[in-house]
Design a protein around this ligand. Structure first.
Ligand code: NAP
Length: 248
């Protein structure tokens, strides 16, 4: 029997990039999947169809996770399809880079609302059912930028650092309730998010990464699948860097 057979996992931002790889990895481990995305229907449908082809259930939930009311409504729709969600991966995230003196409320709020408030609202909705069932996994995708900081990313670093701090405090609250809370902090990964980075900057990233390359979405997904496994029952409150040695 596969380790996640009979369990339902919800992944935000699972239409593309790292979230897509996570959804496929969890489905390969046996989970039925609730797939969230923001706007790209075709990408999300492709993920759903791949998961269904594995013989799992998979449903799409289009929703902007930065909007509290929409998150609540989505949660109710998810529970109509899947009455118990026990694995939540908060992956959806965006960047709006600018140096701090030039950054306005719009860039700050968009990033903090999507990358920090969204995961918090998602967790607020799904945690009670995990606690009631006596088992759960919350895995938040943070970033090496939240650990190191980065020029032009005060908003992103604050949101990701905040998500890690939130996760550690929540891990303490849920430790005796069967629910672990961990973060996976990717380094620079080849997705649409980094595809717009100029070639010179990409080369610099590779130069300062001890492994001399960018990571692949699947390399993040494998760590998420590891943390979701019921066997990993004694790991909580951790932020696991998957960054080719960029931050140690
Ligand atoms: P990506 O390729 O840009 O994909 C982002 C995904 O999130 C898409 O599926 C998108 O939906 C969804 N999304 C965006 N805003 C959303 C919202 N408001 N509500 C719901 N879904 C939303 O990004 P990625 O590189 O895979 O990044 C995934 C996560 O890893 C993010 O949290 C990011 O901060 C983190 N991360 C990435 C890197 C990296 O180098 N790539 C490094 C460190 C951390 P649509 O497809 O519908 O647009």
């Amino acid at each position: 029997m596969l380790p996640l057979q009979g369990k339902v996992a919800m992944v935000t931002g699972a239409g593309r990039g790292i979230g897509r790889a996570i959804a496929l990895a969890l489905a390969r481990q046996g989970a039925d999947m609730a797939i969230n995305y923001a706007s790209n229907d075709a990408a999300a449908e492709e993920v759903r169809d791949q998961i269904r082809a594995m013989g799992r259930r998979a449903e799409l939930f289009k929703c902007d996770i930065s909007d509290d009311a929409k998150v609540h409504a989505m949660g109710e729709s998810v529970n109509k399809a899947f009455p118990l969600v026990q694995i939540l991966v908060n992956n959806a995230g965006i960047t709006r880079d600018k140096t701090f003196t030039k950054m306005g409320h719009a860039e700050w709020d968009a990033v903090v609302d999507t990358n920090l408030k969204g995961p918090v609202q998602m967790t607020h909705f799904f945690l009670p059912q995990m606690i009631e069932s006596g088992w759960g996994r919350i895995i938040n995708i943070t970033s090496v930028i939240g650990q190191m900081g980065n020029f032009g990313q005060t908003n992103y670093a604050a949101a990701k650092g905040g998500l890690d701090a939130f996760s550690k405090s929540l891990a303490r609250e849920t430790a005796r309730k069967g629910v672990t809370v961990n973060c996976v902090a990717p380094g620079f990964i080849r997705t649409d998010m980094t595809s717009g980075v100029p070639e010179k900057a990409l080369q610099h990233i590779k130069d300062i990464t001890p492994m001399g390359r960018m990571g692949e979405p699947e390399e993040i997904a494998e760590v998420v699948a590891f943390l979701a496994d019921p066997k990993q029952a004694f790991i909580t409150g951790q932020e696991i860097g998957v960054n080719g040695g960029l931050y140690m």
